[in-house]
Ligand binder design. Structure first.
Ligand code: FAD
Length: 526
């Protein structure tokens, strides 16, 4: 067997001891690795170039129950057994699956170094289906889960809008109850062309009627359509009612979607989650978006125009959506951090392999101290990150659900750090591959793809700046909460948007003053 290229495997797969991985975890890794390799990675680069993973790959994975491990642990054991799925690949009982099995799955799904092909299969199951499992009514679950868990149908998660990304509380897609009370009408009537004619209703004059189309065509001859619309501030005000950058959307039968059920401006307190039918549903238009990195992820632009959704499709309680969305965070962030760590590993080990054989000035590049230094520096970051990711997965296997929620802030930091480390490793690889690192074919092809991929991790959706703000805020909140708890004071829960906006500091400033004035009889009233 050839020697392992340095940094190509995490320590637990390099014959080194680990406190975390049991024989069950190692058996699971040995069972899934060849399956994923032959059905996904062997042609991942080819599919990445063409931009699409063929649909039969999803069928192959779902028939082998290999989409299910994308769910957070513990798995929905009762549901799986009811559907005749008592075990996963390699005979792993579904009740035995924990966060470390999940970590191994997420790591193996990115072993090719490309996140897109794996994401094209699993994103809906990983981030959309858990919300239905956790908050759907029994009737809704009976209706949609059998098809979703067996892969006969697909789902996605649809939160982001053109004007609201990190600031989820700013979404504008509205859902209003129909007069008969049987439907939510997800309102798409503010699409831009409606706003356009409404705002510029022409006077009844032939000249004016003719002037607008002619002037419009004249403008079009100078500017592309997309560059014209942002020129109109009213169009921005009446923004498109769309969900954008929705991974897997184009193939999805359902979306777990955030909608505004409260009045405009109600912020986080007016958001609900509901299962919105997508494919072939009246009023829904979807088109695929071309993106850098994760080209195969099926990123989709969804337009909703008076879409009727059965009232039973609401998840949990009305206007509690923000709270529900936040329950997804630990799993989402750990899954992304795990895949990103593997991508960093693939980039760095590819660079290592390259400098061992590439010669310049009469010797291999690895002989140059500056090259060794660069590899070592990135390698140290990579191995520290791996240790941190594994530690998180382990903690999730041990913590009860309510305690695990406290990891939300630190997991955001982990995800942000994974993006930074991936950037360092991809930069190192591109540097050491020289010109090949910028070539879309040949030896540097994978590294070139990864160069674009890290920006989709570093930029949204991981949003490092926002993650750090959130983490700092929630760390302070946890500390303050503990201090208050010690003083027997009740601590109000703060929303994610409050934490992100920084306004949490105003409320916290008031409490500690009270805390310091405990002897003051008026304190209770503060
Ligand atoms: C590959 C990919 C897949 C995606 N898949 C999905 C999906 O399936 N479903 C879905 O709903 N969405 C999806 N998204 C969208 C993603 O969730 C959003 O991109 C993300 O929420 C960030 O929103 P935004 O792009 O509007 O950036 P913005 O919120 O506009 O942020 C722009 C910049 O400002 C920074 N910033 C924002 N807030 C703060 C702050 N408080 N302090 C400091 N800096 C800040 C950000 O870091 C970022 O650099 C996907 C995105 C990508 C790239």
């Amino acid at each position: 067997m050839p020697a392992q290229i340095p940094f190509s495997e995490p320590p637990y797969l390099s014959s080194l001891p680990s406190p975390y991985f049991t024989p069950s975890h190692r058996k699971w890794q040995a069972a899934i690795q060849p399956f994923i390799q032959s059905h996904l990675h062997d042609r991942a680069v080819e599919w990445d170039v063409s931009g699409t993973v063929p649909p039969d790959v999803f069928t192959t994975f779902s028939q082998a129950n290999m989409i299910i491990p994308a769910l957070p642990a513990p798995l929905p054991v009762a549901w799986l057994k009811k559907l005749g799925i008592p075990t996963l690949l390699g005979g792993l009982p579904v009740e035995e699956f924990d966060a470390l099995h999940g970590y191994i799955f997420n790591d193996e799904m990115v072993r090719s170094g490309l996140a897109g092909p794996g994401a094209s299969l699993t994103t809906g199951m990983a981030f959309g289906v858990p919300l239905i499992l956790k908050f759907g009514s029994e009737e809704l679950k009976e209706r949609v889960l059998p098809d979703l868990l067996t892969g006969r149908k697909r789902a996605c998660i649809a939160i982001t809008e053109p004007d609201a990304g990190s600031d989820v509380a700013g979404i504008v897609t509205s859902a209003v109850k129909s007069a008969c009370g049987k439907f939510w009408v997800v309102n798409g009537s503010k699409k831009w062309y409606v706003s356009f004619s409404g705002s510029l209703s022409p006077p009844p004059s032939c000249f004016i009627l003719l002037f607008f189309p002619v002037f419009f065509l004249f403008l079009l001859s100078f500017y592309p359509l997309s560059s014209l619309f942002p020129m109109h501030s009213f169009l921005k005000r009446k923004s498109l009612i769309l969900k954008t950058r929705i991974t897997n959307g184009i193939w999805s039968d359902y979306a777990a979607m955030a909608v505004r059920t409260g009045p405009p401006g109600s912020g986080a307190a007016g958001i609900s989650l509901m299962v919105v039918p997508l494919k072939n549903h009246p009023g829904v238009t979807m088109r695929r978006l071309s993106v850098s990195g994760q080209a195969t992820g099926g990123t989709t632009y969804i337009e909703l125009d008076d879409v009727r959704v059965p009232v039973e499709n609401i998840l949990g309680e009305e206007n509690q959506g923000m709270r529900y969305i936040m329950t997804n965070f630990n799993h989402e962030r750990l899954a992304v951090a795990t895949g990103t760590t593997r991508q960093a590993r693939v980039a760095l080990s590819a660079a290592f392999e390259y400098v061992l054989k590439r010669e310049a000035f009469g010797k291999a590049l690895i002989e140059q101290p500056v090259v060794r230094h660069r590899l070592a520096k990135a390698g140290a970051l990579l191995e520290s990150l791996t240790a941190w990711v594994e530690q998180f997965a382990y903690m999730l296997t041990k913590l009860p659900h309510d305690k695990a929620e406290a990891l939300g802030g630190p997991t955001a930091l982990l995800k942000a750090q994974a993006g930074m480390v991936f950037k360092e490793c991809a930069d190192t690889a591109v540097l050491l591959f020289g010109g090949n690192g910028f070539t879309k074919t040949g030896q540097g092809q994978l590294v070139e793809s990864e160069l674009w991929s890290f920006s989709s991790i570093l930029c949204p959706p991981s949003v490092p700046q926002a993650c750090r703000v959130l983490t700092a805020a929630s760390t302070v909140q946890c500390f303050t909460a503990r201090s208050w708890a010690l003083e027997s004071l009740v601590v109000p829960r703060m929303s994610c948007s409050t934490l992100l906006s920084g306004s949490w500091s105003r409320s916290t400033r008031r409490r500690p003053r009270c805390w310091r004035r405990r002897e003051d009889p008026d304190c209770e009233a503060v």
